[in-house]
Design a binder for this molecule. Structure first.
Ligand code: F6R
Length: 638
């Protein structure tokens, strides 16, 4: 398959200064919020552009959706909103009629404040119904603004802070009109600018209004991009929100305001017209993500794991000698490594840490991003953030706590994390639309292992022969993943059907197998909503074994030391557990094609079997594989 992100971006950055608060950005507490914004102004159908963009941004949240369509020429703005997924919005849209709209804004929401209802869905409007606003972020002074606006006679219809922005813009428009100072897009820009001067908190905003044939967008501490193609000017929360024909994408700085009409006009936080910001680096950012006959994105992305691993190896595998990879990334060789991540990415980071310490003897620690505190004064340390999305708020905040250099290992080289890091190791696995990490996890393990080998070689901790042996082991990974997939998929589906209704499971392993057991357990939790305990096998007797009763499924990821793991298996078997072994042995219940000798990154092939098990249980229970409840692909809230 073609990979849209196929190169490593090397950049050195300096600390930016917040244009509104005049402080270095790193000294400001940042807040991030879920949800996705799209905006369109062009010659094509706004409805198609908005709904296609929202479909690709749904991974950011899918509690409710909505669009505001502006017919232009002073006619009324049409609002269409729905609780639930985009499919509900599509039902509410009368497409024939609405395909004629050329200007619009749209939003998909992950509820943080206020129920995921139609009323709370964006876009929000002012008292007149003329101003439409979509917003990502939180307004900290919402209580004060609400009181003030209501005292001034505004009818505030919802609990959502975004609505207050619409009323502020309404006030500013009528005041400016009363004085007849400006008109056209400049008037809406001025009204939006004045409204944001009243706000405290964070926002990415898109605004359109009756009487204005444009969309105005702005941001402060919440990401927003604008795109340009031959037929339209657009805006989106991230690159996936753009149409496939987008040619240039630029990122707004905090405080920038852009009006999108037949052209894009940029104004800075002080209202001065400025040149458009530089286009983002990188090749065509939007790759068409289609099912291509697969039943869902998750299974399609699982099947892409061998090619995802191969891509990483082809890109990095030849650059492991003498730390060439680090030189290419523009990074110094540090004595210590600190790895930071959340969820599946955290398990990939744990595996990388193991490789660094096992083969390189490099002091390494792994930190869950949300638990990070800057209480350890470690110098000469490379901080490596693992984040497939590059937008995870906990990771971004954690990075602020540590001194540079920072390396981002991410599938999104245009993400906030990548833009802020000193070096970027792109995974290049293409869009992962299933909410559960699958191919991005595998690519992270391979990329992390390659990085660890390169650092160990740079520190002269491995001989040339050992390096060649590790490179050969790494090169064999894609074929083993493919063979495992073929072999284990039908067996896992059968086992899943048999065990689907078991409410509580245990996943266990030892050593290098443990992060894979944890990852398999996470997949079963998030996709199939089963209660799962993932525990190092040796810890069982210290508590979790109390959970084992007759037929409790205990999934055992086989790893070294095998003999000690066998003792723990015997302990749970003696208490009636249903043992499911995952490994290379002939008698494994979920047989994988494993290496003869366990590589330093452990039994990676096991993850294929564990994903199939989770997928099978999920399908059997009838849950949505791609969009599990309560989750979102990119967790942009702390
Ligand atoms: C699990 C999953 C999550 C993410 C976590 C971090 O399948 O996808 O646990 O791994 O939210 O996300 P990123 O890697 O985008 O920082």
């Amino acid at each position: 398959m073609p990979f849209p992100f196929d190169r490593i971006i090397i950049e050195v950055r300096t600390a930016a200064v917040d244009p509104v608060l005049s402080q270095p950005i790193d000294s400001i507490t940042r807040e991030w919020i879920m949800c996705g914004i799209v905006a369109y102004c062009g010659h094509g159908s706004a409805v198609s552009a908005l709904t296609d963009g929202l479909a690709r941004l749904e991974y950011r949240g899918y509690d409710s959706t909505g669009v505001a369509l502006n017919p232009g020429n002073g006619r009324e703005v049409k609002f269409v909103r729905a609780a639930g997924r985009l499919s509900q919005l599509l039902v509410a849209l009368t497409l024939d009629e609405e395909c004629n709209f050329r200007i619009g804004i749209g939003h998909t929401r992950w509820a943080t404040h206020g129920a995921p209802s139609t009323t709370n869905a964006h876009p929000h409007r002012d008292c007149t119904g003329k101003v439409a606003v979509v917003h990502n972020g939180t307004i900290d002074n919402a209580v004060m603004l609400r009181t003030e606006l209501m005292a001034d006679g505004h009818i505030v219809a919802t609990e959502v802070d975004t609505e207050l922005i619409a009323h502020l813009i309404e006030d500013n428009l009528s005041e400016a009109r009363a004085h007849e100072v400006i008109e056209g897009p400049d008037l809406l820009v001025a009204a939006v600018a004045a409204a944001t001067r009243r706000l405290q908190g964070s926002w990415a905003l898109a605004v359109t209004a009756q009487g204005f044939d444009c969309v105005v967008v702005t941001r402060y501490r919440s990401p927003l991009l604008v795109g340009e193609s031959e037929k339209a000017h657009t805006a989106a929360s991230d690159v996936l929100g753009f149409e496939l024909d987008v040619e240039t994408i630029r990122e707004l700085n905090d405080g920038d305001i852009v009006s999108l009409s037949s052209r894009a006009v940029w104004v800075d936080a002080h209202g001065r017209q400025i040149p458009a910001r530089a286009p983002l680096l990188g090749p065509g950012p939007v790759a068409a993500a289609t099912l291509d006959g697969a039943p869902d994105f998750t299974s399609k992305e699982m099947a892409e794991q061998p090619s995802a691993a191969r891509h990483v190896i082809d890109t990095l595998g030849g650059r492991l000698e003498h730390g060439r990879l680090l030189d290419d990334l523009g990074l110094p060789l540090c004595c210590r490594v600190r790895l930071v991540a959340c969820g599946s990415s955290f398990y990939a980071a744990q595996i990388t840490a193991r490789v660094l310490t096992r083969i390189g003897g490099i002091p390494t620690r792994v930190v869950i991003a949300s638990e990070c505190t800057a209480d350890v004064n470690e110098t000469d340390t490379l901080t490596v953030a693992f984040s497939q999305s590059g937008e995870t708020a906990d990771v971004l905040s954690a990075m602020d706590a540590w001194p540079r250099p920072w390396l981002a290992v991410t599938n999104n080289p245009q993400s906030t994390l990548a833009r802020r890091a000193d070096g970027v190791l792109g995974l290049g696995c293409g869009p992962e639309l299933g909410v559960a990490a699958t191919k991005s996890f595998t690519a992270q393990v391979v990329a992390g292992s390659a990085l660890a080998i390169a650092m160990s070689a740079a520190h002269d901790r491995i001989s040339g022969a050992e390096l060649a042996r590790l490179q050969a082991q790494l090169a064999a990974v894609p074929d083993r993943l493919a063979a495992t997939d073929e072999q284990v998929a039908p067996i896992a589906a059968e086992l899943a059907a048999e065990l689907a209704h078991q409410p509580g499971w245990i996943f266990m392993s030892r050593g290098a197998g443990m992060p894979y057991a944890s990852e398999g357990a996470l997949k079963l939790k998030e996709l199939a909503y089963r209660w799962v305990e993932a525990t190092p096998a040796g810890e069982l007797k210290h508590g979790p074994i109390a959970l084992v009763q007759d037929q409790t499924p205990v999934v055992v990821v086989q790893a070294q030391p095998a003999a000690r793991l066998a003792v723990n298996v015997a302990e749970v078997a003696a208490r009636g557990a249903r043992i499911i072994t995952v490994g290379g042995g002939e008698d494994a219940n979920l047989p994988v094609v494993a290496a003869d000798e366990e590589p330093p990154w452990g039994p990676l092939e096991a993850v294929i079997a564990l994903q199939h098990l989770a997928l099978g249980v999920t399908r059997h229970l009838g849950h949505d594989v791609d969009r599990p409840r309560n989750l979102a692909k990119s967790v942009t809230v702390e």
